[in-house]
Design a binder for this molecule. Structure first.
Ligand code: B12
Length: 226
């Protein structure tokens, strides 16, 4: 079991390796994290995903451009390939297993965050219908109807693409008033979620499943009242 200090060091190495798009180093430090007993979810979020955030800051400062971001994303996924099976093994299976349709709205190709959210639902034993990225608005509705999923999760990473969210929500509700809708992504916050008429919001992958469980509970309670 790694000490607190060693854990911090491993997380820092993962962070730096993603940010410097050093794929080999990401693989090496992901393996070390597992060997030394670092929580694989912590290694993913506080190592890999944090490194991606710093890459975003470099992009803002015009030190990085799109090619560098893509290489950082490749490095992140290389690490995720190693850590994901361990997250699945360590994952708490929830008693209530729902199903969720997940996707990134039309015009938006940022799918790293959505993929981490997907991973957490899979780990919790949910069935995930992943529509991927740049998803046409009606596809969310069609997939919800096809799969009869209780929850739909919509992701947007841009202030421009997030503007489609209320329209998706409106179309989903028109077809199925009972569906529960949660939204997320960096430009989204609880106020936006309320304004857009979503039922739920989660700021990160670590809290998304709990939020979906809250929505399912609400749905069950409403059905019992009838
Ligand atoms: C990586 C990245 C890219 C990569 C994406 C690779 C990929 N496969 O995803 C590439 C290089 C392709 C890219 C392209 C572009 N990008 Co970009 N990109 C980023 C960057 C640096 C990081 C995003 C990321 O992966 N974060 C890490 C993950 C782990 O965090 P996250 O996505 O926020 O997800 C977490 C939570 O938000 C939440 N969550 C996410 N989704 C959901 C969904 C639900 C239901 C729930 C509950 C929770 C949830 O949980 C996640 C995990 O904890 C951001 C900067 C930033 N700070 O966000 C810019 C950023 C989003 N990009 C930006 C821009 C402008 C672009 C481009 C237009 C650049 C260009 N000139 O071509 C294109 C857009 C292409 C398009 N049409 O979409 C801008 C958007 C500005 C705006 N309008 O709001 C940003 C903010 C950078 C900036 N400051 O200018 N980009």
């Amino acid at each position: 079991m790694a000490t607190e200090e060693r854990t911090k060091e491993i997380l820092k190495m993962l962070h730096t390796a993603v940010c410097n798009f050093e794929e080999d180093d990401v693989v090496k430090w992901s393996k070390i994290a597992l060997e030394e007993g670092v929580d694989p979810f912590m290694a993913t979020m506080e190592g890999l995903a944090d490194g991606m955030m710093e890459a975003g800051e470099k992009y803002n400062k015009k030190e990085y451009f799109v090619p560098e971001l893509l290489m950082c994303a490749d490095a992140l996924y290389a690490g995720l390939g190693i850590l994901k099976p361990a997250i699945e093994v360590s994952g708490r299976k929830s008693e209530v297993k729902g199903s969720i349709v997940l996707g990134v709205v039309e015009g938006d190709v940022h799918d790293i965050g959505k993929n981490l959210v997907k991973l957490m639902f899979e780990v919790a034993g949910w069935t995930v219908y992943d529509l991927g990225k740049d998803v046409p608005l009606d596809k969310f509705v069609e997939e919800q109807i096809r799969t009869e999923s209780n929850v739909v999760g919509i992701s947007a990473l841009m202030t421009t693409s997030m503007l489609s969210m209320p329209e998706v929500i409106k179309r989903l509700r028109a077809k199925n008033p009972k569906v529960r809708i949660m939204i997320g992504g960096a430009p989204v916050n609880p106020e936006v979620a309320e304004k857009y008429g979503a039922d739920g919001y989660a700021k990160d992958a670590g809290t998304a499943v709990d939020e979906a469980m809250r929505l399912l509970k609400m749905l069950k309670e409403e059905e019992l009242k009838k």
